[in-house]
Design a protein around this ligand. Structure first.
Ligand code: ME8
Length: 677
């Protein structure tokens, strides 16, 4: 019974026999930024896993969704000047569209703003309260809105900075409810000892053990200063701490504590996939809440590494993530899926580059699977009028070790996949592909096909063996490459869908009926690295700076240039030299003979408006600018651009890989000329 299914699944769940079930979850993503490759990574792994399980007739349930409460989301919406729910709705749509585009098929998208979830979170709270695990106290300390975490800071300055996000922490001093985490220490340590599979890989488990051994403090689990959250039952001046709310999604989604669905008994316990950035929440707080409430624990928290760029975590904080739009422009879904699962050993960090994607696609997909499929099918088309030859007792003499080699590949692939070693599983499958390729090259069917060679039986056997091997390999890799394997299957003239056929039930040479080769087209065209890299560089190059920006003075010979990586401190005296003022745009038009420049007349609170030239014409139309509040650097020396004088510079953030300018503004009304300091 899967009334919630979004069109995924094989519909084959036979309810008369209770099949084994498989419940996989991804983190629920914050709605404070657009989805990027990091979110896609965990989600694609979950999608491949559930496809793999369902192909083997296991009844899977795949949950993903969005984490929508908390001060950070409140602030993101405030910055856009729209109601929080409206902001969340828009980002949710972006996430859903991004995942749909990647071929992800989840069973349920949970939103923490879903009423059934909110009600069940309150129920979990009440249970913990009744069992004596919650008490009211006073919290004083530092909090990071981006981590949604209370911080023990070593930085004793007046304005400490979050070491993860490099942003100022919020000082909190308020009444708060606490969860008695300190009482859970021994039970958690017992759990890690008795169930080594609870946190995987072992390196993460050891990390968690030493954290818990270091001692646990009670956890503040409510806030009075945050309004955007689930109200504490019986004390609505407080909202429930976002992580308490968010973690509960894994059970509320299945219908625990609510009646929107009745999947809890069937699918729980879960395999949680999470990045190492949120290890502690999943491996310490979550089991502690569940133990305290008397609810069965998850099966495993599997912790993967971070996708890196230039050695740093890709993500919204650093703004260095590979954008999904750029990937889609140059690579198919299957290329992206294959690359992510093959390139990075699941569990470890991995550096990602566009060059590496192109290399993988060319070597493994175009030259590997794609080439094997097209050479096999082309020969069958040419030598057997497209009718696939099938293994029979006579062909066995020419098979070499292929049937057993393919069998071995299948069982090794399953073992690696079940152990979450996706990269090794794919490596194994590709060894199978290489084996079949070598077989064809050694046997040289093109020579056997020469008139008068007298090798008709061998030719038939070689192509029957190659075709049969390909059939098994295509089935095997279909959870990772769902689109191309479907295409190849069709080109092979086979019936049904690879994802719905259990490779372990498929036997060598089993009767298939007549298979007539369809139109052959390369599954993976070879990518032109130079061309694609030039295009990507062009697309992702930072937009030209606003021309009003002064170029930094060039370092003199012998002078050390300031390193971009090392933050340089300035004194307050340096800062006050920059005169930042509020202004309103009175007039705007495109500057003559320039695609990039807008000519603006702005009111900076002076007797006369000023003329400013800004390099934003590709992103803002003159109409969008008129009447807009902006911030200008008012004491910049005038300079001439395209024969026009620019008297100042407007402030904009440079966003994303393409460095799109986003104008700085105020959400409150501020008089023109007001100085920022
Ligand atoms: O933490 N490499 O949400 P989030 C690999 N709402 N994976 C990455 C990644 C990267 N560079 N960047 C992000 C939250 N991820 C909470 C979760 S769950 C109850 C609440 C993936 O939007 C990875 O799975 O910050 C990471 O754990 C998750 O996105 C964080 O997503």
């Amino acid at each position: 019974m899967r009334p919630l299914a979004t069109g995924r699944g094989n519909g084959a769940a036979d309810l008369t026999v209770m099949p084994e079930t498989f419940y996989v979850t991804t983190p629920i993503y914050y709605v404070n930024a657009k989805p990027h490759i990091g979110h896609a990574y965990t989600t694609l792994v979950a999608d491949s896993l559930v496809k793999f399980q369902e192909q083997r007739n296991v009844d899977g349930f795949f949950l993903t969704g969005t984490d929508e409460h908390g001060v950070n989301i409140e602030r993101a919406a405030e910055a856009r000047g729209i109601p929080v729910k409206q902001h969340a709705d828009a980002i949710v749509e972006e996430f859903k569209a991004a995942f749909a585009r990647l071929g992800v098929q989840y069973d349920l998208w949970i939103r923490t703003t879903d009423p059934y979830h909110e009600a069940a979170v309150q129920k979990l709270w009440r249970i913990l309260q009744e069992r004596g695990y919650i008490y009211k106290g006073h919290y004083e300390g530092w909090f990071c809105g981006s981590c949604n975490e209370f911080k023990d800071v070593e930085d004793k300055s007046e304005n400490p900075i979050c070491p993860v996000h490099e942003r100022p922490l919020d000082r909190l001093a308020e009444e708060s409810y606490f969860f008695k985490l300190s009482e859970m220490q021994e039970r958690l340590l017992d759990l890690y000892r008795d169930h080594p599979e609870f946190v995987k890989p072992d390196v993460r488990r050891n990390e968690v053990i030493s954290f818990v051994q270091g001692g646990l403090k009670d956890l503040s689990i409510s806030r009075v200063s945050v309004k955007w959250g689930v109200p504490v039952p019986g004390d609505p001046a407080h909202t429930i701490y976002v992580w308490f709310d968010a973690l509960a999604n894994y059970i509320t989604a299945l219908g625990w504590g609510n009646d929107h669905y009745t999947g809890f008994d069937r699918y729980w316990p879960a395999l949680h996939l999470v990045g190492k950035d949120i290890l502690r929440f999943h491996a310490v707080y979550w089991p502690a809440f569940l133990m305290a409430a008397g609810i069965q624990l998850p099966r495993t928290v599997f912790v993967h590494g971070m996708l890196l760029r230039g050695g740093q975590k890709m993500g919204k904080t650093l703004g260095n993530a590979i954008q999904l739009e750029t990937l889609h422009r140059h690579f198919s879904n299957d290329m992206i899926r294959y690359f992510l699962l093959r390139e990075v050993a699941f569990g470890q960090d991995g550096e990602i580059t566009y060059e590496a994607i192109i290399d993988r696609v060319n070597s493994d997909l175009a030259d590997g699977l794609g080439n094997l499929a097209s050479r096999t099918l082309t020969m069958i088309k040419n030598y057997f009028s497209g009718l696939a030859p099938r293994p029979n007792p006579q062909t066995a003499a020419f098979e070499e070790d292929l049937p057993s080699a393919i069998d071995a590949v299948k069982s090794a692939f399953d073992a690696e996949f079940n152990a979450m070693s996706f990269s090794r599983a794919l490596e194994t499958a590709w060894r199978g592909i290489a084996r079949v390729d070598k077989y064809i090259t050694d046997r040289q069917p093109w020579k056997l096909a020469k008139p008068g060679s007298g090798a008709a039986a061998e030719l038939y056997s070689v192509l029957a063996t190659a075709y049969e091997s390909l059939r098994h390999l295509v089935l095997l890799v279909s959870p990772v490459l769902p689109d191309t394997t479907r295409d190849i299957w069709k080109q092979m003239g086979l019936k049904g869908e690879p994802l719905k056929i259990n490779p372990n039930a498929a036997t060598w040479g089993e009767p298939l009926g007549v298979s007539k080769i369809g139109t052959i087209s390369p599954a993976f065209p070879k990518l032109n690295k130079e061309k694609i890299m030039t295009e990507i560089e062009r697309e992702t190059a930072p937009a030209p700076q606003t021309p009003a920006v002064e170029a930094p003075p060039k370092a003199e010979v012998g002078e050390q240039p300031a390193s971009a990586a090392v933050p340089q401190h300035i004194t307050i005296e340096d800062f006050v030299k920059v005169e930042l003022r509020v202004a309103t745009v009175l007039e705007a038009e495109r500057a003559p003979k320039s695609d990039k420049l807008l000519r603006l007349m702005v009111d900076v609170g002076e007797p006369q408006p000023r003329q400013i030239l800004a390099g934003i014409a590709e992103h803002y139309s003159p109409e969008q600018m008129i009447g807009r509040k902006i911030i200008v650097v008012a004491n910049l020396a005038p300079r001439k651009l395209r024969g026009l004088e620019s008297n100042g510079m407007l402030l904009a953030a440079s966003v994303g890989e393409e460095g799109r300018p986003v104008l700085a503004t105020f959400t409150e009304d501020v008089a023109n000329g007001a100085r920022l300091k």
